[in-house]
Design a protein around this ligand. Structure first.
Ligand SMILES: [Zn+2]
Length: 227
């Protein structure tokens, strides 16, 4: 494997976190390739947002079909179940938890990186948020990185610049990286809302304002804007 440390693969969902990570990576690497997963998410506007952001950033993008999650069932982001902050009946996790999703996404991103001679992988996962998803924790990332290194015999590094940031700090990071222009881009172009609402515009961006993702985003923004 011909390797380069001046390039990175960025997982780009079209949301606030991954867009901020893309800006973070643009400051560090000369060449970026964005990877977006079409996993049967309920709202295609996330895919549209990821494509728009890639184009605006001037980076190449792969959209990788990964639609097994719908067939597996049992969560609110790929099925018809209502999104709520309530926990799944079988665990302490919210019904927005998609089992295995981040593990599979990062593994596929590593495979994509491998094909391009890239070892640096950037993801916006974060263990600070309300959700407590076990596949967003640092110890999971350390273990996955080791598995990828062994399984593909390549010196992968998984970068998680948001791991210990809350949402207010993520807004601040965007401002630090790209000033008000980047904050405005996050507001205008990224999609966070579980309902896929692009009709209601708020100071913090588009969304229903009521779902757990909108609540988290708006509280973070308020904290950021009034600091
Ligand atoms: Zn919402």
């Amino acid at each position: 494997m011909q390797q380069t440390l001046d390039a990175a693969v960025v997982l780009l969902s079209g949301g606030q976190d991954s867009a901020t990570c893309l800006a973070w990576a643009l400051r560090r690497y000369q060449r970026i390739h964005a990877v977006t997963f079409d996993y049967g998410q309920r709202h295609k506007i996330e895919l549209d947002a990821a494509a728009t952001i890639s184009t605006m950033a001037g980076v190449s993008q792969s959209v990788i079909p990964c639609n097994s999650f719908t067939a597996l069932g049992g969560n609110a982001l790929t099925g018809t179940e209502a999104v709520s902050a309530t926990v799944r009946a079988d665990s302490q996790l919210p019904n927005t938890f998609v089992p295995g999703r981040n593990l599979i996404f990062i593994t596929l991103a590593a495979a994509c990186a491998y094909q391009r001679g890239i070892t640096e992988i950037v993801t916006g996962i974060c263990q600070t948020d309300y959700s407590g998803y076990p596949d967003c924790r640092m110890d999971t990332m350390v273990a996955l990185q080791e598995a990828l290194r062994r399984g593909m015999e390549a010196p992968f590094t998984i970068h998680t610049p948001l791991m210990r940031l809350d949402k207010a700090a993520t807004w601040s990071l965007a401002e630090r990286l790209g000033g008000q222009a980047l904050v405005d881009l996050v507001i205008e172009e990224t999609v966070t809302c579980y309902e896929g609402d692009r009709t209601h515009r708020h100071a913090w961006g588009y969304g229903c304002g009521a779902c757990p993702a909108c609540q988290l985003r708006l509280r973070g923004y308020e904290h950021f804007a009034t600091r």
